[in-house]
Design a protein around this ligand. Structure first.
Ligand code: GCB
Length: 598
């Protein structure tokens, strides 16, 4: 009963997650029959949205989504995709065209394709992400819209698709809005565009829409979850097979296409030392999907974090989705390998993927490389806490993040917010997000980067009321950078109202790679190195500290950082520069992580 309720809540979230779609988000898309729509898309930059609104600012029936062509030489059509420019998908527009570097507004994208759909199949168009708001049209008809720049969505196009001459048109708008998530003020680049892969997914008439297969909370040998079919043959036998572990369990889906999964299994557990993944097959009568899934338990006991029942320290680092070396939004498996490879070299067993859900390659690679992940939604700084639409949007982004990544063993923490100022409305908002995350996924730990404050010159207190609802306390602090000199850390004590583990989710300072000088001189590698040395001294004295993720692995672009010659619109807190050079502080942290390992 409880399980059915949880499942219906989950599916409700999926269905509402992408507007008018008939089925929920399709997960594990790599295991499906897909056709990539990546590559060059024709684009029209539309700062006044005149392809969408008429001159009275009413939505037009005849916008650019019609892809109209003049029928005669006297016909007036003021746009033409085919002779306009093009942009690469996946990719942000800012780093593809100089004149779009600071652009915030709408760009229209068009891709033509042919598709011979086989009988008894369904076709969907799937977007890994488009920042921030997408209106999607096929062959001149609107098929849906999506809000939120960092999570996937799909729309069914079975009935609209033709054998030849299809044109898919997407209006992507990255204008910041006060009521959006994130809101107007952030410290990262608002890269616009279709920033992740786009694909057509062909499925059987009735197909495995989604599934959740993980160890039950608190158990190391009991697998629970569910499977959900979409289509019209909803009652079917579905078999879950893990051949390597000799497991084959069959269930029958109910009239809604759902069945609970529940069996004992003797599995080798996933861990950073041995990131074991099993081939798992989900075999319905009409469709089969395969996945690689790891099994591990994650829980807390007092101030400890337990992985597979044993206390663990999260040796981490924060990462933004900034592409190594070339800059722009990261979007490939190779980007993921480079970033996570640096984290490994640092001695990390953990990364905090800030400040929004990263592309799926990151999670897949983390699974393979044995790196635990903290994943979060962009509920950042000054969200409109009292606005129900803002809450619905945040909740939806949380649902889409959990839906996509809930089967990744690497994910150990979902985080609902970053540095949000205390108020009753904020507490209600975040409490509700935490509760929502727990209904979707009862197995992961919940956290947030919270507020903390000084009770006297040398004592930091963690008593943010949000702490009561979290499993792991997260705190950001910038002692040595925004808060006094690096030596200030030497005298600092940390106190917590809660008997819970703390992850110091940010600390650090800026250094321009290659800039050397006195350890007291800002922007030098020596200053940053000094911050890390004093920080580590302080961190060692916090009795309830169970993890650290300093800010940040690599420099990242930010419009808030204009200082010429030093920042040039980059936040320089990276341990690695945007060009890939390791700064001195990298080695300080590496030494500490080596020590913690042995
Ligand atoms: C923070 C924020 C992070 C910023 C960082 C900074 O506290 O969480 O998004 O980039 O400080 O560099 O100021």
């Amino acid at each position: 009963m409880v399980k059915t309720l949880l499942l219906s809540l989950f599916l409700l979230a999926c269905v509402t997650s992408a507007g008018a779609q008939q089925v929920g988000l399709i997960t594990n898309t790599d295991a499906r029959k897909t056709t990539s729509l990546d590559g060059a898309w024709q684009t029209i930059v539309d700062p006044y949205e005149s392809g969408f609104y008429d001159y009275r600012y009413q939505p037009s029936n005849n916008g650019y989504f019609k892809n109209a062509k003049p029928k005669s030489s006297s016909d007036l059509i003021e746009y033409d995709f085919d002779s306009s420019g093009s942009l690469r998908v996946p990719g942000d527009w800012n780093t593809q065209q100089d004149q779009l570097f600071f652009y915030e507004g709408s760009v229209w994208y068009k891709k033509s394709f042919a598709y011979q759909r086989k009988p008894n199949t369904r076709l969907f168009v799937y977007f890994g992400a488009a920042n921030y708001f997408a209106d999607v049209y096929l062959n001149g008809e609107k098929i849906g819209q999506h809000e939120g720049g960092f999570t996937p969505f799909n729309f069914e196009i079975t009935r609209l698709v033709r054998d030849t001459g299809n044109f898919l048109i997407v209006k992507v708008d990255n204008k910041r809005r006060r009521d959006a998530v994130p809101t107007l003020m952030t410290d990262w680049w608002n890269y616009g565009g279709i920033t992740r892969d786009v694909k057509l997914i062909e499925t059987a008439d009735t197909f495995v829409n989604d599934y959740f297969i993980q160890l039950q909370k608190g158990s190391r040998n009991h697998v629970t979850g569910w499977v959900k079919l979409a289509g019209d043959k909803l009652t079917q036998k579905v078999t879950i097979r893990i051949p390597e572990a000799g497991i084959s369990k069959s269930v029958t889906t109910d009239a809604n296409g759902s069945a609970a999964i529940d069996f004992d299994a003797n599995l080798k557990l996933w861990s950073p030392e041995d990131p074991k993944l099993y081939d798992v097959a989900i075999e319905a009568e009409t469709d089969q999907v395969r996945d690689q899934i790891g099994f591990r338990s994650i829980e807390t006991r007092g101030t400890d974090i337990l992985l597979n029942g044993r206390p663990i320290f999260l040796r981490g680092v924060c990462i933004h989705e900034e592409a190594p070396i070339r800059g722009g939004r990261a979007n490939s498996r190779e980007d993921a390998r480079t970033l996570l490879g640096w984290a490994k070299e640092l001695g990390a067993n953990f990364v905090r993927l800030a400040h929004y859900p990263h592309n799926e390659y990151m999670l897949r690679e983390a699974d393979r490389m044995g790196i635990m992940v903290w994943s979060e939604v962009p509920v950042y700084w000054t969200i409109q806490w009292e606005n129900p639409a803002t809450f619905a949007n945040a909740q939806n982004q949380l649902s889409e993040m959990i839906t996509r990544d809930k089967n990744r063993a690497a994910v150990v923490i979902w985080s609902v917010a970053n540095e949000t100022p205390l108020s009753d409305a904020r507490l209600t908002f975040l409490k509700n997000l935490v509760a929502h995350a727990r209904t979707l996924d009862p197995t992961r730990l919940l956290s947030a980067a919270m507020e903390r404050h000084y009770v006297n010159d040398t004592t930091q207190m963690i008593d943010d009321p949000l702490g009561e609802f979290l499993d792991v306390l997260g705190c950001n602090e910038y002692v040595g950078w925004y808060d006094g000199p690096p030596e200030k850390a030497d005298r600092l004590e940390w106190k917590s109202k809660y008997e819970k583990p703390l992850v110091m989710s940010e600390f650090g300072g800026d250094a321009l790679g290659g800039r050397h000088g006195d350890a007291a001189a800002r922007w030098t590698e020596e200053y940053q190195e000094s911050i890390y040395k004093h920080q580590i001294g302080m961190l060692k004295r916090i009795p309830f500290l169970r993890g650290t993720s300093p800010w940040i692995l690599m420099d990242f672009r930010s419009p808030r950082r204009p200082l010429p010659g030093i920042q040039d619109y980059w936040n320089r807190k990276g341990l690695v520069s945007n060009k890939g050079e390791k700064k001195k502080a990298f080695y300080v942290l590496q030494r500490w992580y080596q020590e913690k390992r042995s």
